[in-house]
Write a protein that binds this ligand. Structure first.
Ligand SMILES: [Fe+2]
Ligand SMILES: [Fe+2]
Length: 147
C-alpha cells in the first residue's frame, strides 16, 4: 500500500500539526482494518471491529473537513491568490471520499482500507502540490499566521 509519510514540514504550525494528526488517524485506522480476526469469537470480533471502524471513519471525515475549513479560512482571510483552485481541490476530494464511502457496507474493513489508501495517496500529492505553495506564501506574506 502506498503510504503518506508526511515528512514534509511546511513551516506553518497549524497545518503541520493538523497534517500530523491526520497521518496518525490514518495509520491507526489502517492497522485496525488490516488486523486478522480471531477464529473462535469471529462474529463478535467482527461486530466490535465494524463499530470501531465506523467511529474512526466518521472521525477521520470530520478531521479532514475541519482541517480543510481551517486552511480555507486562512486563505480567504489573507486573500491568497490561489485560494479558488486550492478550495476546489478540497471540495472535489470530499465529494469523492463520500461517494466512495457510500458504496460499501458501514464498518466494512475492505472499505476502510480503501478509504485509507485513497486519503493517503491524495494527501501525499496535495501536500506537495497545493499546501506547500500555501505554506511558502504564508511564510513570505503573513509570517504571523505561521507560528
Ligand atoms: Fe492540508
Ligand atoms: Fe489543502
Amino acid at each position: 500500500m502506498t503510504t503518506w509519510e508526511n515528512d514534509l514540514t511546511l513551516g506553518v504550525r497549524f497545518m503541520d500539526h493538523e497534517h500530523a494528526g491526520l497521518h496518525a488517524s490514518l495509520t491507526e485506522l489502517g492497522e485496525l482494518a488490516a488486523t486478522e480476526l480471531p477464529v473462535n469469537t469471529r462474529a463478535l470480533a467482527r461486530d466490535a471491529r465494524a463499530n470501531a471502524i465506523r467511529l474512526r471513519l466518521d472521525r477521520l471525515r470530520l478531521e479532514v473537513s475541519t482541517h480543510f475549513t481551517h486552511e480555507e479560512q486562512v486563505m480567504r482571510a489573507h486573500h491568497y491568490p490561489r485560494a479558488g483552485d486550492h478550495i476546489a481541490k478540497h471540495t472535489k476530494f470530499l465529494d469523492e471520499l463520500d461517494a466512495m464511502s457510500s458504496t460499501y457496507a458501514v464498518g466494512e474493513a475492505a472499505m476502510a482500507l480503501r478509504v485509507v489508501q485513497f486519503v493517503q495517496i491524495w494527501f501525499a500529492r496535495h501536500t506537495v502540490a497545493s499546501d506547500q505553495a500555501l505554506g511558502e506564501w504564508l511564510n513570505e506574506h503573513h509570517p504571523d499566521v505561521t507560528t
